[in-house]
Design a protein around this ligand. Structure first.
Ligand code: BTN
Length: 265
């Protein structure tokens, strides 16, 4: 049951998209837009594909690896997109990650230029600092993807971060030295993600990996990584079909899963 005091469906004429963001629900406060969207999907009439839930104040945002996503109320974008990538096989899930990461990267490049990178698997970096991240939650039906919730948190107008992350996080405002209109930025992001999603649907992701690799943070560059207790120098060489990171170290390529390798800055 949605409480009417916490949400306002928007008359949406800022978005020139076909479907992503055409049904835009803006919440004043919510624990997590991903959680909200998930319960909307299970408790209501079929939800239109491309529905976007955004929140001014997301007070219990979830991040990767069971972390929390903190965002200063009213300053940033915290939103979730509902997609139905039923054309993808379960084994091709990483293609969706790549398509959405590329879309977000393209949108931010419009604002910030070419120093915006994708940090594997789907963080967004500006130079060596984190601008935002994604939490993609897929539902499978047999061998196929059934639905996907793409949760995105982006630091936009926040100027100060907590001491633990102040050295590693950044925002558009810090880079551009001015505020950015949140709804306009959301519209640009939705438009780029939609176009990458439709390309993926039409072509099953030919040229997707190359595009992703070209935007990848530390691709082809020697850098330090940690695996368990071991710190090593390596070079990112490729991504496997399932989305593992291939790093060349001591003359051999090793494939790492998401939780198995840490970037050391
Ligand atoms: C990460 O970098 O750890 C991923 C962060 C993802 C945060 C977004 S904010 C909107 C959506 N709702 C959530 O609870 N999490 C995602």
């Amino acid at each position: 049951m949605i409480k009417t005091n916490i949400y306002q469906p928007l008359q949406n004429n800022t978005f020139s998209t076909l479907f992503i963001g055409q049904n835009l629900i803006k919440l004043l406060a919510v624990d997590s837009t991903n959680n909200f969207l998930k319960s909307l999907v299970s408790n209501s009439e079929p939800l239109p594909e491309g529905t976007v839930i955004m929140a001014d104040n997301q007070f219990a945002g979830r991040g990767q690896k069971d972390s929390h996503w903190h965002s200063e109320p009213g300053k940033n974008l915290t939103f979730s997109i509902y997609l139905l990538p039923r054309f993808l096989d379960a084994s091709q899930q990483f293609k969706l990650n790549m398509a959405v990461s590329i879309g977000l990267n393209e949108a931010l490049t419009e604002y910030l230029g070419p120093d915006v990178r994708i940090k594997w698997p789907n963080d967004i970096y500006y130079k060596s600092k984190k601008l935002g991240g994604m939490l993609i939650e897929n539902v499978l039906s047999g061998q196929h993807l059934k639905s996907s919730i793409i949760g995105i948190g982006l630091n936009v107008n926040q100027q100060q971060f907590s001491p633990e992350i102040e050295g590693t996080a950044c925002s558009l405002n810090q880079i551009l030295q001015k505020d950015v209109n949140l709804i306009e930025l959301l519209a640009v992001i939705c438009s780029h993600i939609e176009s990458e999603f439709l390309k993926l649907k039409a072509s099953s992701g030919k040229s997707l990996k190359l595009n992703y690799l070209n935007r990848l943070y530390q691709y082809g560059i020697s850098a330090d990584y940690r695996h368990g207790d071991q710190v090593f120098e390596g070079v990112i060489r490729d991504i496997t079909e399932s989305g593992k990171l291939l790093i060349l170290q001591n003359g051999r390529e090793v494939a790492y899963d998401f939780k198995e390798v840490e970037f050391l800055h």
